[in-house]
Design a protein around this ligand. Sequence first.
Ligand SMILES: [Fe+2]
Ligand SMILES: [Fe+2]
Length: 212
Amino acid sequence: MTLAPHVGDALARFQRGEAGEGQTAKALARADLPAVDDDFRAIIHRFVREEGRHARILKGMLGALDRPPARRDWAVDGFRSVRRRSSLPFDVMWLATAEIVGLCTYHEVADALPPSWARSLRHVAADEALHLTFFLEFARRSFREQPGHRLALPGLCAGAQVVNLASNHRAFSALGVDRRRLIARSWRLARWAQRQLGLDVELAPKLPCGLT
Ligand SMILES: [Fe+2]
Ligand SMILES: [Fe+2]
């Protein structure tokens, strides 16, 4: 498989991001909150498995490019470090942010990859859409009395998107990623997610922007 070297850099970054997603989720499963019950723990268990599968899919792509996984990455490691310092509602908002930016980015990048890789990446994006609705539902039930995280969500997404565009700009150029569409989609999704957090009824699993 031959792709521009910067594309490999971006795939390595995505792989590193996927590989570490399980830890915060496991910590969530131990949180003392009404929404944390056996059903919640079962979903978290599935979430951790799925993120592990995403990491393996991306690792397979790196292998085909003859590249090792990244041992460090300023964007992923910086994001993780900020997240670890956040209080619980914001930690969940960071998880939702990662799903929003991740799934919008996978959709855009998939359009520019070989068909079999594109299919895999779209499956990953479909999982991320489900993860997003799960975290939103969890936050809606758990932090109703704390509006700060809800107000912050679009801002967190905008900040993460800036880092995403800056760290992957060479890869996005090589792939011809439509940055305007990426920004517009993730912004609309962030605003949709913010509205869902304020609802009194259970979330509809259908995402906007044709992203399900
Ligand atoms: Fe993932
Ligand atoms: Fe995810």
